[in-house]
Ligand binder design. Sequence first.
Ligand code: SF4
Length: 351
Amino acid sequence: MAAFVTAWSQPGPTPRRVRVVEFGFLDGRPDPTPLFDGTPEEARVLFNAEALDVLSTAVDGGEYSPGRACRSCRFTAVCPAVPKIGGLLGVQARDRPLRTWSPTSARSYRECPARSYLRASMLPVDEAVERNASAERGRAVHDYLAACHKTVPHNACGLVVPDVWLGNYALADDQHVLGSELLRFHAEVCPMLYVESSEDVRVEPSLVYLDEEASSRVLVQPDLLYRDGDSWVWREVKTSARRRRFQDLLWDYPQLALGLELLGRGALDGSPARSRVELEVLRPGGADLITLDPFSPGTRQAARDVVRRLVAPWREDDLFIATPGAHCSACEVARWCPSRQQCDAISGDAR
Ligand code: SF4
């Protein structure tokens, strides 16, 4: 498309040669292999073959698809696909500009406001930090499970895990072995054991809500929603290289707290009878399944408190000041950080 537009845009004149080149955002250098290098006529042929149909489909699309795109959409307030749940985040900020909150960004903000701001600004992250060994193993396991759970007709996961489960992930041998072991343990607690039809499963659905009282869009992506009878169950899966003891489960994993709030408010429809949030922890030696009841007053209050504690300082913040500390050594946006020198001094890291 870029080659075609460059070649044939008015007012001309038509160039003799067109090149489309990628430049690295970090080093400002061009990729030695151009994406396109040819004549305007070659650009037209390629456009007709590769881009025309895709472009037509894109502009003909008439469906709403709530998700990441909602972050920067100015029509959220009137969008029929985004449900309004006043009070979901538990803070009052009607007079503040609209912002987007998610449990993932909340964890980042909790550690360092600047980090969540830099991430939200879509700056390139340090891949070596972002893709560390355990994070990559977790992603590989998640992706494999998501693909299995999407299979139609649906099947519960079995004890036999194929060697090719890694897909495009390149894991070290020890992570590969651990991942395979964790996947075998998943078979014991696979939610598909309870599902009657493929329509009763939503794998990694993008959920978007608008809390007008907090002037905030709320984005969350459960690992899985499945129906037990006519009730929705929210399942999160975590992988761990060791057995973990949780001090404060909802604080550690804010998406559980938000899941409890949403189910407790009936945001997902269905009957409340068997509605619940589940945390599946896959670790060496077995799988733990922790169940949380959105209709238990104590659990619900704890969930509400966690969400409010996370949202209140973020909603009031206009400066997103960096808070250097030990966590800087695992910060994927450190290269953009205004306090980077201080961070390096703290972590003794010559990054
Ligand atoms: S390097 Fe440290 S202070 Fe800077 S954004 Fe990252 S976590 Fe925050």
